[in-house]
Design a protein around this ligand. Structure first.
Ligand code: ASP
Length: 323
């Protein structure tokens, strides 16, 4: 008999329409009836939080990740399903992924439609996630299951504001699928980012700046002046910026700010290819670190954890060297 814990944290999966819009009320609870009939599984449900996911801050993400780590150490369960709002799910799942050792199957799930809507997806997503938590034996790291697709936490993102097929891993695709008869894996992640063992502390003063034509340098200067310790810059294309932005980046680096470049493109790596002022080669010469093909919101959390652990730039650089 597999022992699975469903840890609820809030989101649309716990919401109903009331007073003109969807809300979590103190009395609301998830519809877990879909798991009642699963054979060979002993499922318990525990409420950890009840928040819409835009209210979930990095501190709360760290609380969830630490709770999962405690469950991993306790070996009390064969797997855990975390229910979460879809808006920041990819970030909490990633924080858990980099913190956990990976010996406990942890599956995040959610709902795109509330219990008040026709074609509600939450109950089915919970059941599919429980089935993945029961069958996952390949040390995949934290996974995300919605719409019967299994995604790696490091790659998945919410791509559509409303559709039940919103979650996708651009450029990579799902790891597998949940079918009526069994769970099928098509590919395994050959690596995942991980933090050195130790307490999880997320440094708050890490910003994310998405470049746009003629925009970026003012915000980078503002963050430096506001005492930020790290800045992620979502640069253009292969990892290039306007010379004004490159100068602001250099000012930040000279003040001790760790600056990591990623791309605002959905797919592909940043690389020092262009040598013009603001090009990738120029930025690397000015001291930026490069985050390969990682999404800006995830590499920001990774940098928050690295700075929270007191890691220095050369250690962070070497941790990013596989990307
Ligand atoms: N805004 C909601 C949340 O993230 C959306 C959802 O749960 O799907 O909590």
């Amino acid at each position: 008999m597999k022992k699975i814990l469903v840890l609820s944290t809030g989101g649309t999966i716990e919401m109903l329409k009331k007073d003109g819009g969807l809300t979590i009320s103190s009395s609301s609870s998830m519809d877990t009836s879909s798991i009642d009939a699963l054979s060979g599984v002993d499922v318990s449900v525990r409420k950890f939080l009840s928040l819409p996911s835009p209210h979930i801050t990095p501190e709360i993400m760290a609380d969830i990740a630490r709770e999962l780590r405690n469950i991993e150490i306790s070996r009390e369960f064969h797997g855990v399903v975390v229910t979460h709002g879809t808006d920041t799910l990819e970030e909490t799942a990633f924080v858990a992924d980099i913190h956990l050792e990976g010996t406990l199957p942890v599956v995040f799930t959610a709902a795109m439609r509330s219990g008040s809507e026709l074609g509600v997806d939450g109950p089915r997503n919970i059941r599919s996630a429980v089935r993945v938590a029961c069958t996952e034996t390949r040390n995949l790291g934290v996974t995300v299951v919605l719409n019967d697709e299994i995604h790696a936490a490091g790659r998945v993102t919410k791509t559509c504001t409303s559709n039940v097929s919103s979650f996708d891993s651009p450029g990579y695709g799902p790891l597998g699928f949940v079918d009526d008869d069994r769970v099928i894996y098509h590919r395994l992640p050959i690596w995942r980012m991980n933090l050195p063992p130790g307490p999880l502390v997320l440094e708050k003063k890490v910003g994310l700046v998405r470049t746009a034509a003629g925009f970026g340098h003012d915000v980078i200067d503002f963050l430096r002046e506001a005492g930020y310790l790290g800045v992620i810059v979502e640069a253009f294309g292969r990892g290039n910026v306007h010379p004004d932005t490159a100068n602001a980046i250099e000012r930040a680096i000279n003040s001790g700010v760790t600056v990591i470049i990623t791309s605002r493109c959905y797919e592909g790596r940043v690389l020092g290819v262009y040598a013009y002022p603001g090009g990738g080669v120029d930025l690397i010469n000015r001291g930026v670190l490069s985050a390969g093909d990682m999404a800006g919101n995830k590499i920001r959390l990774f940098l928050m954890a690295c700075l929270g652990a007191g890691l220095k730039n050369n250690q962070i650089r070497s941790m990013l060297s596989n990307l």
